[in-house]
Design a protein around this ligand. Structure first.
Ligand code: SF4
Length: 275
C-alpha cells in the first residue's frame, strides 16, 4: 500500500491535538542546547575544571598512549594517515604487511601504487591514502634524507599530512606538545565535558583544539588527547555513555543528560544531595 493509502487509515486528529503533536515533534527535533553549567563558566573556571578532569584521567589512564602500532616516526606517520575514516584495529592489521614489504621511506616512494592499494584496501579511501603515502614518502626521501621531519611546518608540507596527523607524530614520537590531537573521540568528549566554548559542533576540530590549548597545561596536550580517546572508547562512546560508571561525572556538565532514564534518575538523586 502506498503512503496516501496508509494515511487514509489513520484516525483524524483535531486541530488542537495536531498542533500539540507538531510542537512535540519540533521539540524532539530541535538541537540539544549546550550544557548551561559549562557555558556560564569563565575561561579561568573552565581551566580549573579541566585540571581536575586531567587529574582524574591520570588516575584512570596512567599510561595512555597511541593505539596505532609503530616502532619509528615513519611507521607512526604512515599508520596515522591510514587511520583516517578507519579504526586503529583495522590499521594495525594492515601495517605489519605494509612495513614488512616497504620498510623505509625510499621503499614506499618507489612502490607500485596498485600493490600498495591492495594492501591498504580494507582501511577505506585506499586510492587517496596510497597517493598520500607514496607522495609523503617521496618527499621524506628526497627532501629530508629519509627521516621524518620534526616540525609542524615541515610535516604539514608533506602530501596527505594535515595538522592532526602532524600533532600525532610530534606529540607521540618526538615528545613535542605543539597542539592537541582532535579526532572524533576528542571532539565528542570536549563538547560533552564542556571543554570547548567557541566551537559549533564536535567536528569543528580547529576551534576545539584552540580552546583545549587555552585551558590545558601545555605539557599535558598529547597525554590529554590519548586519555580522552581511551575514555571515549571505554566509558563515553557516542551512543551510550556510561555516566553511572564514569568518575568524571561530577565534573561533566553533560552527565546523565545523554543517558538512560535510570541514569537521569541517578543524576537527580546526586543533585539532591542523596549520594
Ligand atoms: S559523565 Fe557521562 S557524558 Fe560525561 S564524560 Fe562521563 S560518560 Fe561522558
Amino acid at each position: 500500500m502506498g503512503r496516501s493509502g496508509s494515511r487514509q487509515n489513520q484516525p483524524v486528529k483535531s486541530t488542537a491535538s495536531t498542533a500539540k503533536s507538531v510542537a512535540a515533534a519540533s521539540r524532539r527535533c530541535s538541537p540539544k542546547p549546550p550544557p548551561t553549567e559549562a557555558t556560564d563558566e569563565s575561561v579561568e573556571q573552565r581551566r580549573r575544571r579541566a585540571r581536575s578532569i586531567l587529574t582524574q584521567l591520570r588516575k584512570l589512564y596512567p599510561i595512555a598512549d597511541c593505539a596505532l602500532q609503530h616502532s619509528s616516526a615513519l611507521h607512526l606517520l604512515i599508520a596515522t594517515i591510514l587511520s583516517a575514516q578507519s579504526t586503529d584495529e583495522m590499521v594495525n592489521k594492515v601495517t605489519p604487511v605494509l612495513f614488512a614489504k616497504y620498510p623505509t621511506a625510499a621503499d614506499l616512494a618507489a612502490a607500485d601504487p596498485a600493490d600498495v592499494e591492495r594492501i591498504v584496501h580494507s582501511t577505506g579511501f585506499f586510492r587517496q591514502k596510497t597517493r598520500s603515502l607514496i607522495g609523503a614518502c617521496r618527499a621524506i626521501a628526497e627532501r629530508f634524507g629519509g627521516e621524518v621531519p620534526a616540525t609542524m611546518e615541515e610535516l604539514t608540507q608533506l602530501p596527505g599530512v594535515a595538522r592532526k596527523t602532524a600533532n600525532v607524530v610530534l606529540g607521540t614520537w618526538f615528545g613535542l606538545n605543539e597542539g592537541v590531537v582532535v579526532d572524533t573521540h576528542v571532539g565528542r568528549l570536549a563538547h560533552r565535558l564542556g571543554l570547548t566554548w567557541t566551537s559549533r559542533d564536535e567536528k569543528d576540530a580547529v576551534k576545539i583544539e584552540q580552546d583545549l590549548m587555552r585551558i590545558l597545561p601545555r605539557d599535558a596536550w598529547t597525554y590529554t588527547s590519548h586519555a580522552l580517546i581511551w575514555h571515549g572508547r571505554k566509558v563515553c562512546p557516542a551512543r551510550k555513555p556510561d555516566c553511572e560508571g564514569c568518575t568524571l561525572s561530577k565534573l561533566c556538565p553533560s552527565a546523565f543528560s545523554l543517558a538512560s532514564p535510570q541514569g537521569k534518575a541517578a543524576r537527580r538523586k546526586e543533585q539532591n544531595g542523596a549520594d
